[in-house]
Design a protein around this ligand. Sequence first.
Ligand code: URA
Length: 433
Amino acid sequence: MTTFDAVDIIRTKRDGGILSSEQIAWTIDAYTRGAIADEQMSALNMAILLRGMNLQEIAQWTAAMIASGERMDFSSLRGPDGKVKATSDKHSTGGVGDKITLPLAPLVAVFGVAVPQLSGRGLGHTGGTLDKLESIPGWQANLDNAQLMRQLSDVGAVICAAGAGLAPADRKLYALRDVTGTVEAIPLIASSIMSKKIAEGTGSLVLDVKVGSGAFMKNEAQARELAQTMVALGKDAGVNTVALLTNMNTPLGLTAGNAIEVEESVEVLAGGGPQDVVELTVRLAEEMLACAGVHDADPAAALRDGRAMDVWKRMIAAQGGDPDAALPVARESDTVYAPADGVLVQLDALAVGVAAWRLGAGRARKEDAVQAGAGVRMHAKPGAYVRAGEPLMTLLTDTPDRFDRAREALADAVVIAPEGSRPDARLILDRIS
Ligand code: URA
């Protein structure tokens, strides 16, 4: 590989130039090996955030991150008819109360499409799928590749931790971006997400790009640009990719936490649950199945008639969990009441996410533990008519000294307007393919 000077590369991007594929391949490789210092990579990340990258540079940056580690291959998976099984995965850019992966993976598997859902833990105010599932007694997040393949073949759906071998350059780069104010660069987010998804080896991918206060992307134009970039990267790498832009101004469902989100997911799998969680689960299932070539499926029926629940129970049990065990419950609770009569027009996702995090549902540093029972249970969603003094939210934690800080986070979360007011209730804002 040709060797370059890191300072020249930083200067080129600082001045708005375009990096060559050789420069990009060298940069990612040298940084992963430790030959580019963190301070140099920080400067380059900031130059990318300020100057941007064209699609070719982003594709090369993504390819270099994929090349830093292993690539998984599901082509040996066979269905009962002996044919290669289609695989499909979903990735959400992160939100509050976003438990959709839990009912979605088993639901898609009902229709014979394998779902290898390699997931992460939460950091900051957005929850992590693995943290939620770890509240189920006995459930194990770490599988080796042989266990992953066996479960995909026997059950059809796996939700587990992404191994350290997948895009290790991204792991190092993401940790650096997190502490240098460079997370929010569209080229860096798109390449970070897509390098892991392409290395994972899924045949098709549906992206749920969140827009709003509780998301990375605060407005629709930014979210659309991110979605278009990721769809282009996926297609370029041979992964059939579509994206939905979905609303994250309000939390999804009525729970934000870990065990309480599992409980709500099980309600959805039992044919009930909040309408927005059901709607998004069914829509994402339809998109995943269509991307994998299945066009005649009825996912809503599979939630109602128990087929998705059967796969869920087998999926949890295959990873050591007891799907029928009681879930942990927080030791202490506190109630937030409606301050006035009227229509609830805002229940801010960021505020609820920060409150759940401060109650112990999330972590400030990667090595922190989370509380399984902590979080926020909501009793009304935007559009509901509420009366002064009625319970709006229940705060849950094992450590009651956290209530004050959680209440502070919620100080401006709720807006109540006169009767007749209507909040913007759109859940799915756009589809990019
Ligand atoms: N999720 C990722 O995996 N990477 C990012 O950069 C942002 C969200």
